[in-house]
Design a protein around this ligand. Structure first.
Ligand SMILES: *Cc1c(COP(=O)(O)O)cnc(C)c1O
Length: 385
């Protein structure tokens, strides 16, 4: 079979039903297509999903995180401790507000921040910790906040991948449990609005004034008063979500539990079939099998590159020829030229450097079938032999 007739299994795929498409058409016909009633409705739906939390939506996850840093008062001279195994957006926003990212090493099993390393990296200039829940796997949130509170630090959670994940029975972003939590609704995420994001405020720590500040930063720093009053006293961006995006989110959030249930079933199937095929004995590294707390945003393995004497890119090409899409989430941030020029080095976080070299995302999305899982495991087996 030639490549274009092979059924291709991408590493991810959004699930958009006909009701969603019809709802988008309705918004397009309504005469109001940018930020309006659907955004408010979506913010409320997200708040309900998170136990009554205060939520504001933004154009994307990156804008959301940048605004979160600004709301927390982080700027030039401040240090923010974060992970080098993330999408580059995480540390780009720290640079964008003029602060300094401090990268610490990750735990080899969870591939998330190692809190012992975080503790060691705290200096007099540290203002915040920015954890990432890679693939939706949560950190020990209790230990994270205990550490932050002990040192008077803020926590700005890059929960871009973790909507639906939980720690100790409480959803990530649940009302009152966190400082500031940022989610992304980009096309690959478990809930998508095509592009989009939201920020969850713990209103005990970030009150009305800070919610207003986030709203101002979202739209040019503008405050309206009366029928024609406008004032701009700070520099804001153009980071509002549109009603078109929001109406997609309103339909997605109704299906989110179902999506997640299916992702968990598929993850379990991967573990079973990968074990049956003996791939762990061939050096394939598996994710933490946390079916209770992870939302299984991605299923990520690590490849035994030294044993195989083959590059990851080469193996990805072979898998692609067999109809299997894969992705790299992520190469280590400190290996990028921009970061090297700033003096960062992958070698300073050796565990993260190894993960960045060997990690591979294999297909996982709600409409995948058991047969698809078989095809992926079969192709992986061949590549590892
Ligand atoms: C998706 C993602 C972002 C950025 O979100 P966008 O909506 O694409 O701007 C940031 N951090 C992580 C970990 C992500 O996965």
């Amino acid at each position: 079979m030639s490549q274009d007739t092979l059924p291709f299994i991408p590493f991810t795929k959004p699930t958009i039903d006909e009701a969603t498409i019809a709802a988008v058409a309705d918004v397009l016909r309504s005469g109001w297509i940018t930020s309006g009633p659907k955004v408010l409705e979506f913010e409320n739906a997200l708040g309900d999903y998170l136990g009554g939390a205060t939520v504001r939506c933004f154009a994307n996850g990156t804008a959301t995180m940048k605004i979160a840093l600004q709301v927390a008062g982080i700027g030039p001279g401040d240090e923010v401790i974060t992970t080098p195994i993330s999408w580059v957006a995480t540390s780009n926003v720290i640079l964008a507000v003029g602060a300094k990212p401090i990268f610490v090493d990750v735990d080899p099993q969870t591939r998330n921040l190692d809190l012992n390393q975080v503790a060691k990296a705290i200096s007099k200039n540290t203002k915040a910790i920015m954890p990432v829940y890679l693939a939706g796997l949560p950190l020990d949130v209790d230990a994270l906040y205990a550490l932050a509170n002990q040192h008077g630090l803020r926590v700005i959670e890059d929960a871009a991948q973790a909507l639906g994940s939980s720690w100790n029975g409480t959803r990530i972003g649940h009302a009152g449990k966190h400082d500031l939590v940022s989610f992304s609704f980009q096309a690959n995420k478990n809930l998508t609005t095509i592009e989009g994001g939201c920020l969850v405020f713990n209103t005990e720590r970030f009150g009305e004034d800070q919610v207003r500040l986030a709203e101002k930063l979202r739209l040019q720093g503008l405050v309206r008063s009366g029928p024609d009053g406008m004032e701009v006293d700070i520099l804001g961006g153009k980071d509002n979500l549109t009603d078109i995006n929001a109406v997609i989110g309103l339909h997605q959030i109704k299906q989110l539990d179902q999506f997640q249930k299916r992702r968990i079933e598929l993850a379990k199937e991967y573990f079973q079939k990968i074990t049956q095929a003996g791939l762990a004995n061939k050096g394939l590294g598996l994710p933490v099998a946390d079916y209770e707390q992870s939302n299984w945003h991605m299923f990520q393995v690590t490849l035994p590159l030294t044993r195989l004497q083959r590059s990851r890119g080469d193996m990805m090409t072979t898998l692609k020829e067999r109809g299997i899409g894969t992705g790299v989430h992520y190469p280590i941030i400190t290996g990028f030229e921009l970061y090297r020029k700033l003096g960062y080095r992958p070698e300073s976080t050796p565990i993260a450097a190894e993960i960045g070299r060997s990690i591979l995302t294999i297909p996982l999305f709600p409409t995948m079938s058991s047969h698809d899982i078989d095809s992926v495991v079969e192709a992986l087996t061949q590549v590892l032999n």
